[in-house]
Design a protein around this ligand. Structure first.
Ligand SMILES: Cc1cc2nc3c(=O)[nH]c(=O)nc-3n(C[C@H](O)[C@H](O)[C@H](O)COP(=O)(O)OP(=O)(O)OC[C@H]3O[C@@H](n4cnc5c(N)ncnc54)[C@H](O)[C@@H]3O)c2cc1C
Length: 371
C-alpha cells in the first residue's frame, strides 16, 4: 500500500476529528481500506485529558443486553486479530466475576447462553473457595474470557497501523470550528482548513462543544471519574476482574493490573464537569467509599491507595453509544464508561457509516432530526 500522507490542499476522502480510542480505530479502519484519511487531534500523543488513557480497561461480555454481548464477542475476536497482525501486546485474559443484582445476573446469563459464550454460575460459598481475595454476597457469574486491554499501548498501535496505510495524523491540531453543507465538511484549525466529503467526529467529552451549532444532539453529561490502585496482600495471588452491584444500584469494579496492583473504581461515581473546566483532583469521598468497599469485600488487598487518577465519562441517558450519520457528518461517541472494550469494532462501524457501507443501528441514532 502506497502511503497517501499529507494532501497539498488539505482535501481528503475522510476527516476523523479526535484521536482517542474511537477516532484512532476509525482512522485505522478507513486507511486500511484504501481511503485518504486525515486524523486531527487537539492534543499531543499520549495526553491524559480525555477518556482513553491508562494501562487497563475491562473487556467482558457480561451485559444483560444481547446487543452488547454480541458486540463484545465480535470486538474480542477483532482485538485478538489486531494484536496478532501488529505484534503489539494489548490484551490479557484475566476472567471476570460479576456479583450483585440477581435479575441483572439472570439476564446476563441468558444473553451469554444465547451468544454461546462460556460462563459459570457459582454460589457464594463456591466463589469464596475459588477466590478468597473476594467476598461477594450471593451467586456470581464467572466469565473466563474477560480480558484486560491496555489503552496506553492501543492508541499508538492503532495510529501506527493507520499511518502504515497512509493516514495523515496531525496531533496538536484542534478543530476550532466545523462547517457542513450538503456534501462537504470543513474543519478549521490554526494550521489551516481541512475538507472532505465526510467527517467522522470522535471527540468524546467535547462532542457537545464542537457540534452544538452543527447538529442537534441528545443531552450528554460529562463526569470526572476516579480510579484507585490498591496493593494485593499476596503479590503472587491470581486475581480475576470483578464487578459488584449493590442493592442501591451502585457498581464497583476492578481488575488486576500489570504493575499497579489491583484497580478498584466506582462506575458512574463521579460528579459533572466540563471537559475543559475539570480540575483533575481525586474526590476524597469517592476514595473513602472505595476504601470502605475494599475493607468489606476485598480481603485480598491492603486497604490503602497506592496510586489514583481521574478520567472523563461522556454519558447518555440510557448509556447507549451514539453512532450515527447526518449528511456529511458521522458522530461516534463511545459513551458512559463502557466503550473501550469495543474499540476495534467501533472503528469498523464508524468507517462503515463514513463510506456508506452500513446504515446506522437505530439503537445508536441521535434520536433527534438534524437542524
Ligand atoms: C475511569 C474510566 C474507566 C473506564 N473503564 C472502562 C472499562 O473498564 N471498559 C470499557 O469498555 N470502557 C471503559 N471506559 C470507557 C472508555 O475508556 C471510553 O468509552 C473511551 O475511552 C472513549 O473514547 P473516545 O475516543 O470516545 O473519547 P476520548 O478518548 O476522550 O477521545 C476524544 C479525543 O478527541 C480529542 N478532541 C477533542 N476536541 C477536539 C477538537 N476540537 N479537535 C481535535 N481533537 C479534539 C481529544 O483531545 C481526545 O483525544 C472507562 C473510562 C474511564 C474514564
Amino acid at each position: 500500500m502506497t502511503p497517501h500522507k499529507a494532501s497539498r490542499d488539505n482535501a481528503y476522502d475522510v476527516l476523523v476529528i479526535g484521536a482517542g480510542a474511537a477516532g484512532s480505530a476509525t482512522a485505522w479502519q478507513l486507511a486500511s481500506r484504501g481511503h485518504r484519511v486525515c486524523l486531527l487531534e487537539r492534543f499531543e500523543p499520549g495526553h491524559r485529558r480525555g477518556s482513553s488513557h491508562g494501562r487497563s480497561r475491562l473487556l467482558r461480555l457480561t451485559y444483560p443486553d444481547p446487543l452488547y454481548v454480541g458486540m463484545a464477542a465480535e470486538a474480542l475476536r477483532m482485538w485478538h486479530r489486531f494484536e496478532s497482525e501488529t505484534g503489539a501486546g494489548l490484551i490479557t485474559r484475566v476472567g471476570a466475576v460479576d456479583g450483585g443484582g440477581a435479575d441483572r445476573l439472570d439476564r446476563a446469563a441468558a444473553a451469554l447462553t444465547a451468544e454461546g459464550a462460556a460462563f459459570e454460575r457459582l454460589t457464594e460459598a463456591e466463589a469464596a473457595v475459588r477466590w478468597p481475595q473476594l467476598r461477594l454476597p450471593g451467586d456470581v457469574l464467572f466469565h473466563p474470557d474477560a480480558s484486560r486491554v491496555d489503552p496506553d499501548a492501543t492508541l499508538p498501535a492503532l495510529q501506527r497501523q493507520a499511518e502504515r496505510f497512509g493516514c495523515d495524523i496531525r496531533h496538536s491540531t484542534p478543530v476550532t470550528a466545523l462547517e457542513i453543507d450538503a456534501d462537504r465538511a470543513r474543519a478549521h484549525t490554526p494550521s489551516g482548513t481541512f475538507t472532505a466529503p465526510v467527517a467522522v467526529v470522535t471527540v468524546g467529552p467535547w462532542t457537545s462543544r464542537l457540534l452544538d451549532h452543527v447538529v442537534k444532539l441528545p443531552a450528554l453529561t460529562v463526569t470526572q471519574e476516579q480510579v484507585f490502585h490498591l496493593p494485593p496482600r499476596d503479590p503472587s495471588a491470581v486475581w480475576p476482574a470483578f464487578s459488584f452491584q449493590a442493592e442501591d444500584g451502585a457498581i464497583v469494579y476492578g481488575m488486576p493490573t500489570a504493575d499497579e496492583g489491583v484497580k478498584v473504581a466506582e462506575h458512574l461515581g463521579g460528579h459533572e464537569v466540563t471537559p475543559d473546566g475539570r480540575d483533575g483532583v481525586v474526590d476524597a469521598d469517592a476514595r473513602r467509599r472505595v476504601l470502605d468497599f475494599a475493607a468489606e469485600r476485598l480481603p485480598g488487598v491492603e486497604p490503602v491507595v497506592s496510586s489514583e487518577t481521574t478520567c472523563l465519562y461522556t454519558n447518555t441517558a440510557d448509556e447507549d453509544f451514539l453512532l450515527d450519520r447526518v449528511g456529511p457528518l458521522v458522530i461516534g461517541t463511545a459513551c458512559s464508561g463502557h466503550g473501550f472494550k469495543f474499540t476495534p469494532l467501533l472503528g469498523r462501524m464508524l468507517a462503515d457509516l463514513a463510506v456508506g457501507e452500513a446504515d446506522p443501528n437505530p439503537r445508536f441514532r441521535l434520536g433527534i432530526p438534524a437542524m
